[in-house]
Design a protein around this ligand. Structure first.
Ligand SMILES: N[C@@H]1[C@@H](O)[C@H](O)[C@@H](COP(=O)(O)O)O[C@@H]1O
Length: 241
C-alpha cells in the first residue's frame, strides 16, 4: 500500500481531490465509491470547489456509497443519503439517478443488499473507492470478525461504533443498531482504493493497518493485499508508525 504523508486535514482533502479529478480525466464515465463520516467532508468541499471553477463535471459519473443505516429514510437528517445530498450531491451536476446508496427504509433489507450488488455489477464495478477508517479497523460498516469474502450485507453495529457515531444523533439510543454495508470482497473489487485518515486518535488503528497482520479481526488490514491502494494520512494519524 502506498502511503502519502500530508501535513494537515486540508492537504489530505486536496490530495484526495486530485486523485478523483485524475480519475475523472481518465474517464468522465467513472464509477466512484463514496464514504461518509467526518473524514471525507473536506474532500467533498474540494470537489464542489473544483466543479464550481469548471475543472470537473460529474454529468456522466455514477457513484455508490459504502453504507446506510437500516430504518432511516432518505429525508432523515441522520441518514447517509441525507448527508451525501447535503455535503456533495446537491452542489454538483451528478444526475440523481446515478447516485446510489443502499436504501435504509426498505421492507426487505436482505433483498436490498442483493439488489445493490447487482447495481454495482451492472455499472461495471467501482473504479475508485474512497474509504475512511473506523477506530476498530472497520471499513464501511464491516466490523471486526466480518468475513473477507463478504458481499453487501446487513450488519449489527458494534457498541463502540454506535458510540463513535452518536455525536451525529440526539442521544446514543437514537443511533440505529443495524446497517447495510458493501462487503469486504465488494470493496476489494474496486480498481483503486483511496483511504483517508486524519488525527492522532486514529494513530493506533493506522499502525495496525500498516504493520499488523492481515486478519478478519481488523477488517482494514485486508487493504495490504489490494494491488492499487493508497493511504493519504496526516502527521497525527501516522504518528505511531
Ligand atoms: N460507516 C462510517 C465509515 O464509513 C467511516 O469510515 C467511519 C469513520 O468515521 P469518521 O471519518 O467520522 O472518523 O465512520 C462510520 O462508521
Amino acid at each position: 500500500m502506498e502511503i502519502i504523508r500530508v501535513n494537515s486535514y486540508e492537504e489530505m482533502s486536496k490530495t484526495a481531490c486530485k486523485q478523483i479529478v485524475n480519475q475523472l480525466r481518465q474517464s468522465d464515465r467513472s464509477v466512484l465509491g463514496l464514504a461518509t463520516g467526518s473524514t471525507p467532508e473536506g474532500l467533498y468541499q474540494q470537489l464542489i470547489d473544483q466543479y464550481k471553477e469548471g475543472n470537473v463535471s460529474f454529468q456522466h459519473v455514477t457513484t455508490f456509497n459504502l453504507d446506510e443505516y437500516v430504518g432511516l429514510a432518505a429525508d432523515d437528517p441522520n441518514s447517509y443519503r441525507y448527508y451525501m445530498n447535503e455535503k456533495l450531491f446537491r452542489h454538483i451536476d451528478l444526475p440523481d439517478n446515478k447516485a446510489f446508496l443502499p436504501r435504509g427504509d426498505v421492507d426487505d433489507p436482505e433483498k436490498e443488499c442483493q439488489d445493490y450488488e447487482a447495481l454495482i455489477k451492472d455499472a461495471g464495478h467501482v473504479d475508485l473507492q474512497v474509504l475512511g477508517l473506523g477506530l476498530n479497523g472497520h471499513i464501511g460498516f464491516n466490523e471486526p470478525g466480518t468475513s473477507f469474502g463478504s458481499r453487501t450485507h446487513m450488519v449489527t453495529l458494534d457498541e463502540s461504533t454506535r458510540q463513535a457515531n452518536a455525536r451525529f444523533f440526539p442521544t446514543l439510543d437514537d443511533v440505529p443498531k443495524k446497517a447495510i454495508t458493501m462487503g469486504i470482497d465488494t470493496i476489494m473489487e474496486s480498481k483503486k482504493i483511496v483511504l483517508l485518515v486524519s488525527g492522532e486518535k486514529k494513530a493506533d488503528a493506522v499502525n495496525q493497518l500498516v504493520n499488523g497482520e492481515v486478519t478478519e479481526e481488523f477488517p482494514a488490514s485486508i487493504l495490504q493485499k489490494h494491488p492499487n491502494a493508497v493511504l493519504i494520512a496526516d502527521e497525527g494519524a501516522l504518528s505511531k508508525l
